[in-house]
Ligand binder design. Structure first.
Ligand SMILES: Cc1cc2nc3c(=O)[nH]c(=O)nc-3n(C[C@H](O)[C@H](O)[C@H](O)COP(=O)(O)OP(=O)(O)OC[C@H]3O[C@@H](n4cnc5c(N)ncnc54)[C@H](O)[C@@H]3O)c2cc1C
Length: 383
């Protein structure tokens, strides 16, 4: 996309966030749903197709451009970004990165137009240890028969298709036995659990997905070759972690804004609380976290676009940005005092919503192990 068109898109998204999304935040919280008319507007803006190449009907943004758009969506309720999040990120990228030409032509235009995609990796017995999944895919002629259960799958009940990781090579343990399949959500045998009751993120949906004798053509293997699904999943998650770092940075920004505004307005001891240096310290620490998270994310996205090997820095950035966001949310509550604990002030909601950032798409501990192991391997340790 040329610079001028991208600047226009970014400005449109900024205005959409300020004029449509932020004013409807309380409604999303009360109704536990993003209003359908807003979802339609998101489709019209092309937000579902941010990362789908233009030849398949999307906007074809680079990672750097996507990060800037997602930063803007970070300035409001988590639930809005969640509507497009899995389609832009983990749900579609397996096809974009590793799909066959026929798979791209069949699915990407529909996703860009607003069909939701989910990414089904996690299972009741397999979270951080993703290579240990037990959902099975057994070859029967030109088809595979899939059986198993997936857990906490974002957007599953409203998805049109799922990228499903299953163990197709039963004699090959670990990562090399896993295949990624495209499964249409209305395939017989696919069913969804009740929406999960969560700590926060009202309006965002996740649930179990059950596969009972689900028959899927072998043609639906992403890339056509069995045994490559784990690699695809890790590539998709790596990219998703940059997306989440941009989201965390945008949310840090919003929390700093809320803190500054409150500190300028609230008076105690005859003056604005912002005049107290201890309150200034909270604000300064949050702004420093916000700035650092965004600098790391932008640098990383640029290097990702340039094709550099950034795996370790993806882990550093997701780890830092999500932990920084947790600190910013905590300080924002503190700056607000008792009001920060009350639902009518926005920071209470952010405090609950952002907790997830340190858990999904790789917990902070998993990011730490990726960072440290990569350095130690370079030093010759056999890990
Ligand atoms: C709301 C929500 C939405 C989600 N959406 C999706 C989705 O769309 N698709 C999907 O596939 N998954 C999804 N997930 C799953 C998410 O990615 C996992 O919850 C996450 O990867 C952690 O796995 P777990 O919950 O099994 O925790 P566990 O892996 O059991 O971890 C528990 C604790 O042990 C620590 N731990 C585990 N292994 C190690 C280790 N080797 N070293 C140090 N510490 C370790 C963890 O850091 C954590 O603190 C979602 C989860 C939630 C809550």
């Amino acid at each position: 996309m040329d610079e001028e068109t991208f600047a226009l898109l970014l400005e449109t998204v900024r205005r959409f966030v300020d004029e449509r999304l932020i004013p409807n935040e309380d409604r999303v919280e009360e109704e536990d749903a993003v209003p359908p008319e807003i979802i339609e507007e998101m489709k019209e803006l092309g937000l579902f197709g941010l990362s789908v190449p233009q030849e398949y009907g999307g906007l074809g943004l680079t990672m750097s451009e996507e990060a800037r758009v997602i930063y803007e969506l970070g300035r409001t309720s988590f639930a809005y970004r969640s509507v497009i999040g899995t389609t832009v990120g983990i749900g579609s990228q397996g096809i974009v990165m590793d799909g066959t030409e026929a798979q791209k032509r069949e699915w990407l235009p529909r996703l860009a137009a607003g069909m939701m995609a989910s990414f089904a990796l996690t299972e009741p017995g397999s979270g951080s240890d993703a290579a240990s999944i037990s959902t099975s895919a057994v070859r029967e002629g030109d088809n595979y028969r899939i059986n198993g259960n997936k857990r906490y799958i974002t957007n599953a009940p409203r998805a049109g298709m799922l990228t499903v990781m299953a163990r197709s090579e039963k004699d090959v343990p670990g990562a090399r036995g896993i295949t990624a399949f495209i499964v249409a959500a209305d395939t017989p045998g696919v069913s969804f659990g009740k929406p999960d009751k969560k700590m926060g993120q009202k309006g965002a949906i996740s649930s179990d997905v059950n596969f009972d004798d689900v028959i899927v053509p072998a043609n639906n293997i992403i890339g056509g070759e069995p045994g490559r699904g784990f690699k695809t999943a890790m590539k998709v998650l790596n990219r998703g972690r940059i997306h989440l770092s941009a989201l965390s940075s945008g949310m840090c920004h919003r929390l700093v804004q809320e803190s500054v505004q409150y500190a300028a307005e609230r008076k105690q001891f005859g003056q604005a609380i912002g005049a107290f240096q201890l309150v200034q310290g909270l604000i300064a620490d949050s702004q420093t976290d916000a700035y650092a998270a965004w600098c790391m994310t932008r640098d990383l996205a640029k290097r990702y676009d340039a094709g550099e090997d950034v795996n370790r820095d993806v882990a550093c950035t997701k780890y830092f940005a999500s932990e920084a966001l947790g600190r910013c949310a905590d300080r924002a509550v503190q700056v607000h005092g008792g009001a920060g604990y009350m639902a009518e002030y926005k920071v209470e909601r952010f405090y609950r919503d952002v907790r997830l950032m340190r858990i999904y798409e790789g917990t902070s501990q998993i990011q730490q192990t990726i960072i440290a192991k990569s350095l130690l391997r370079e030093a010759g340790l056999n890990l």
